[in-house]
Design a protein around this ligand. Structure first.
Ligand code: ADP
Ligand code: MG
Length: 254
């Protein structure tokens, strides 16, 4: 049995609701008022220049960064409320980082079972069965007993995705998941992400892969100097941006 959700996902409500989010580091205000809802099953890609606040925004969703002001709700629970048990909320929000962040001295299978056992209190047998199912899902059924260092970067990132999926997340956050990969390994990770999107996973993805964003995103957000400067369907924001700053960003990355 998994731990109960902080609340059952409200069918009509968004999975994430970010309102008036500000974040400063010392004197420097990095997010200056972000409002963003992500609906159930929606794939939202966040694009923008280096330093525009993309990672900070993502990290505020699961409180890896504490917002300076504003609110973040996940599944209808205000995670920015100091009385909320953030660990219970985090259990439902998977995060995949640029640097896979696998435990180097643990097997692939252990990497995928540790949080299930510690956070969700699943039995060893149940956690392993779920981990193996998700490793199969990302094409790594035969690598359960490998150590991370024995895998390619693309395989390690797929393990990180399987690990996140093993927590039955209501939402997956991806922070430039392919930016650390050799070019020939990017495709296998994007393929897994595309499949998750097709299966209806709710995803918030920071990426520089414009072709992927254009194909997979339901909505693209252009973050500029700590605010959402432009958002809309991928074909509009990437294909026919309204704002000159979006156009100039895209000229640099495309
Ligand atoms: P992006 O992911 O879009 O490249 P970040 O969210 O990582 O941007 O960073 C936005 C700005 O905030 C940058 O200027 C960065 O240096 C600063 N920043 C991020 N994290 C911290 C931190 N922990 N302490 C101080 N400054 C930070
Ligand atoms: Mg970043």
């Amino acid at each position: 049995m998994s731990a109960p959700a902080p609340s059952a996902p409200a069918p009509a409500g968004p999975v994430v609701r970010i309102s008036g989010l500000h974040k400063s580091f010392g004197e420097r205000e990095v997010l200056t008022g972000v409002d963003l809802d992500v609906a159930q099953g929606e794939v939202v890609c966040i694009i923008g220049a280096s330093g525009s606040g993309k990672s900070t925004l993502l990290r505020c969703v699961n409180l890896l960064e504490q917002p300076t002001s504003g609110t973040v709700e996940v599944l209808g629970v205000e995670v920015t409320d100091p009385d909320v048990d953030i660990d219970r909320v985090r259990a439902h929000v998977g995060m995949v980082f640029q640097q896979f962040n696998l435990f180097p001295h643990r097997s692939v299978l252990d990497n995928c079972t540790l949080a299930q056992r510690q956070v969700l209190k699943r039995s060893k047998a149940e956690a392993e069965a779920i981990a193996r199912k998700n490793l199969a899902h990302v094409g790594l059924a035969d690598r359960a007993d490998s150590m991370p260092a024995q895998l390619s970067g693309g395989q390690q990132q797929r393990v990180a995705i399987a690990r996140a999926l093993s927590m039955d997340p209501a939402l997956l956050l991806f922070d430039e998941p392919t930016s650390a990969l050799d070019p020939e390994l990017v495709g296998e990770v994007l393929t897994v992400m595309r499949e998750l999107a097709d299966e209806g996973m709710t995803m918030l993805v920071v990426t520089h892969e414009m072709a992927f964003a254009r194909e997979v995103a339901d909505r693209v957000i252009f973050l500029d100097a700590g605010v959402i400067l432009e958002e809309g369907p991928a074909d509009q924001v990437i294909g026919n941006p309204r704002e000159e700053r979006t156009r100039s960003f895209l000229r640099r990355v495309l």
